[in-house]
Design a binder for this molecule. Structure first.
Ligand code: SAM
Length: 220
């Protein structure tokens, strides 16, 4: 179980969403992210479905997705070389890169690319209230995540994270469904396996993201 003094959605979430919708995120892309992206750019193909596994850890889910969607291209992104070095063999229709996911999202958008599916499997929950802005939905990169489109699937073992993510999607007028994952589910990632073995309740949030909806940005 995630330990936190926060048991409900954060009181500052809406303020944070207002701020990020009103202000473009200008932080430069890290050189390492740019280099990693450049290395896979020739492999990307606008006519093949792109499936993102952001924060893929050891890449087990990336490989699983590549086997499940042989026609698609599956890109696993993680900032930890230590985790990526423990990946199973990666099939031809998948790549694992060491990069900041939020940088890769912006680089894909700059190229006019979008996602057909986007997985955020057990992102770090950042359960301390003061770390709200490190959670994906409260991060300045959240508008980019929305613009990438596709079917988004978030999984987490911390209910307030799922609830906040749901509020953030609804703030952007994206419909979503939140459910508890059945505990006899075959684990898709190493963290999921660990959580199931420990009897954690796991949550899944699914949303079909459509890019460029009215109200995605304030024009002022
Ligand atoms: C709790 S682990 C989950 C890993 C994997 N999805 C799983 O379920 O086994 C979170 C992962 O997100 C990665 N991560 C955190 N922030 C990231 C970022 N900004 N860009 C890319 N990866 C990130 C961490 O390195 C870590 O591997």
């Amino acid at each position: 179980m995630v330990r936190s003094c926060q048991t409900m959605p954060h009181k500052d979430l809406l303020r944070c969403l207002d701020k990020h919708r009103a202000n473009a995120w200008l932080q430069p892309v890290l050189a390492a992210s740019q280099a990693a992206f450049n290395s896979i750019a020739p492999w990307l193909h606008p006519e093949r479905e792109l499936i993102l596994d952001s924060g893929c850890g050891t890449g087990h889910s990336t490989v699983g997705l590549a086997e499940r969607y042989p026609e698609g291209l599956v890109l696993g992104i993680d900032q930890s070389q230590a985790r990526l070095s423990k990946s199973p063999p990666v099939p031809n229709n998948a790549r694992l890169i060491r990069a900041r996911a939020e940088d890769v999202w912006r680089l894909l958008l700059e190229r006019g690319l979008s996602a057909s599916q986007h997985y955020l499997l057990y992102p770090n929950p950042w359960p301390k209230p003061r770390h709200l802005m490190r959670r994906w939905h409260a991060h300045p990169a959240f508008p980019s995540l929305i613009q990438l489109g596709g079917q988004l699937e978030l999984r987490t073992n911390w209910k307030p994270y799922a609830e906040e993510f749901q509020i953030a999607l609804e703030y952007y007028s994206r419909k979503c469904g939140l459910e508890v994952i059945k505990n006899d589910t075959q684990p898709t990632t190493l963290f999921e396996r660990k959580y199931i073995a420990s009897g954690h309740t796991l949550y899944r949030l699914i949303s079909l993201l459509q890019a460029n909806q009215p109200g995605d940005r304030y024009d002022s």
